[in-house]
Ligand binder design. Structure first.
Ligand code: DGJ
Length: 330
């Protein structure tokens, strides 16, 4: 009996070792399998990244085949090799009445740091359990530590508006904003957040009504750039880029910034975030999700360099690239 047990343990650990492959990455390979430093697939979809004391932290949706299982956080010093930190925000498995009761949908989490309160504040798109995508709310959670665990605070429709795909943006002066798809995704809106970043203020404006979602924003010099997708469920579509020198508009449509094979479908992906690279002037990475609705956990990541040259933005497909290839923007 004892021998059988030992044999089973040895065999099982062999299977485990064989299935978990840890690779030391030296380059980005968009849309390829990307494992964490333990050799498990990175499970952080619709995500965003912040930089804290020499490390990047990647927050994203933890997905099962279809299930929404909370928000994961990973850390990395080099943007290529990611260590799984923890489930940063869990669904509530105890209180079935909670807005984030197990069975809810949490999408597109973004985290920013509030210098005044010393808290990391997470906003995400929340759909209530059993209601499909009807609730259209924003959820807010906080933590004193970047890796969490985050405490759920509240969920609401900002100023009464439906809120689905979303992102957060913290400006250089510390003011922060929530950019969100509203009115059944026909409108894209922006609201300035309260000083503690926990609520929207009444400064809440329509950006444009082009039926767009998946907002990803960045600032270069005096301009704000906003990448969005069309609304075709999990299927990819054409991206567009808007520019403004004021977050509340007017926003000018600059067309599709993607270049290369399948660029008219965002290379098979959908925008989620634009990440400023530390220590490189005006260097940004475009982050997108290549969704696999039949097995959401296996949705892949498309990370590509953004080039900004005198206000002209280009995102060119690359099979394989590294940060050395990134040029400072003009
Ligand atoms: C597109 C959105 O961008 C995703 O985040 C997700 O909500 C899917 N629609 C669901 O169909």
């Amino acid at each position: 009996m004892k021998r059988i047990l030992i044999l089973t343990v040895v065999l099982l650990s062999g299977v485990y070792l064989a299935s978990a492959q840890s690779t030391r990455y030296t380059a980005f390979e968009p849309a390829s399998v990307w494992n964490d430093t333990d050799g498990n697939i990175i499970n952080a979809h619709g995500g965003g990244v912040i930089f804290v004391k020499n490390k990047y932290y990647w927050f994203g949706e933890k997905r099962g085949r279809g299930a929404s299982e909370g928000v994961n956080v990973y850390s990395s010093p080099d943007l290529l090799n990611w260590k799984f930190e923890r489930l940063a925000l869990a669904t509530d498995t105890v209180n079935a009445q909670s807005d984030i009761a197990r069975g809810c949908i949490m999408e597109r989490p973004k985290v920013i740091y509030n210098d005044k309160t010393g808290q990391y504040v997470m906003w995400f798109h929340l759909e209530l359990k059993g209601q499909g995508y009807k609730a259209a709310r924003a959820g807010v959670a906080v933590s004193e530590n970047v890796t969490g665990p985050f405490r759920f605070i509240n969920s609401f429709r900002p100023n009464g508006h439906m809120s689905r795909d979303m992102t957060l943006f913290k400006d250089d002066n510390g003011d922060a904003y929530h950019i969100y798809s509203s009115r059944e995704n026909y409108d894209l809106r922006i609201s300035k957040l309260s000083d503690d970043y926990l609520f929207p203020t009444s400064k809440d404006t329509l950006l444009f009504s082009n039926h767009r979602e998946a907002p990803a924003i960045f600032k270069h010099k005096k301009n704000y750039y906003l990448i969005t997708s069309g609304c075709t469920g999990w299927d990819p579509n054409k991206a567009s880029l808007h520019i403004a020198d004021n977050l509340f508009g007017p926003w000018k449509n600059l067309g599709d910034p993607m270049i290369g094979p399948n660029s008219e479908l965002t290379f098979g992906g959908q925008s989620t975030y634009v990440l400023p690279v530390q220590g490189k002037k005006g260097a940004f990475i475009f982050m997108a999700d290549k969704w696999n609705p039949r097995n959401l956990i296996d949705s892949r990541y498309i990370w590509l360099p953004v080039s900004v040259n005198d206000g002209k933005v280009e995102i060119r497909w690359r099979e394989r690239w590294d940060l050395k290839a990134m040029k400072d923007s003009k």
